[in-house]
Design a binder for this molecule. Structure first.
Ligand code: 13P
Length: 250
């Protein structure tokens, strides 16, 4: 069975609830008959509910950009998987490089969040990727292996089927520098090969690995033509309904 591509919007810290609603009003008609790919929109927490309401019946799924691993507790400022489930979110981005860079998230923490997301039946989109200095030092593979092993530590193959991995080279995020389809495909192969070792051939063969980093309407087709690339995690170009719809309809 071929892997169903997944195209996800990561809005980061953009859009008020009113702006999010306006986006959905304009975006949904543009993808109304789209069945080839799974479409996921990840707004900030304050807009998740309005976007879920707007997406009802559309087939577009809604996710969060982060969560805490605990069900509840004295964790000021955090949001739990139970809370996300309760409002109807189905997906969650975990370990985005901006979380790693600005909020000190590491593989160990991301691993806890991943286990919690699986426990609560939220579909996790787990991010890995090297920074520019690591790529230039020839350490990309080493970094991807360390992150892949770290985030998947202790996860059984029997629980791993929902996991989606996003390869986001940090040097390509928000910079306009996209990895070439070949560079992305090579990195994806490294990740898939490691997942094969850790979780077995079936999980590896069915694992969707998304590419993220300056995906735009004009490069989406070439990226998606790579058999190793199973979708995209889109930042800046997902903020505009026309632009994100063009990417979805690559
Ligand atoms: P850009 O598409 O803005 O480069 O962001 C990529 C990203 O970080 C998606 O999670």
């Amino acid at each position: 069975m071929p892997r169903k591509p997944l195209i996800a919007a990561n809005w980061k810290m953009y859009k008020t609830p009113a702006q999010a609603q306006e986006f959905m009003k304009n975006f949904l008609p543009l993808v109304a008959n789209h069945h080839r790919d799974e479409i996921v929109v990840c707004p900030s927490f304050t807009s998740i509910s309005v976007v879920i309401a707007a997406a009802t019946g559309s087939g577009v799924a809604i996710g969060a950009q982060n969560m805490h691993f605990a069900d509840e507790g004295a964790y000021t400022g955090e949001t739990s998987p139970l809370m996300l489930k309760a409002i109807g979110a189905t997906h969650v981005i975990l370990g985005h490089s901006e979380r790693r860079q600005y909020f000190a998230e590491n593989d160990e923490l991301i691993n806890k969040k991943l286990k919690s997301a699986l426990h609560h039946a939220l579909i996790p989109i787990v991010c890995v990727g090297e920074v520019l200095a690591e790529r230039e030092a020839g350490k990309t593979e080493q970094v991807l292996l360390r992150q892949t092993r770290g985030v998947l530590a202790g996860i059984a193959a029997s629980a791993a089927a929902p996991i989606v991995i996003a390869y986001e080279p940090v040097w390509a995020i928000g910079t306009g520098k996209t990895a070439t389809p070949q560079i992305a495909a090579e990195a994806h192969a490294v990740i898939r090969n490691e997942v094969n070792k850790l979780l077995g051939a079936e999980i590896a063969a069915n694992l969707r690995i998304l590419y993220g980093g300056s995906v735009k309407p004009d490069n989406a087709t070439a990226l998606m033509a790579e058999t190793e690339i199973d979708g995209a995690l889109v930042g800046g170009a997902s903020l505009d309904p026309q632009s994100f719809a063009k990417i979805v309809n690559y």
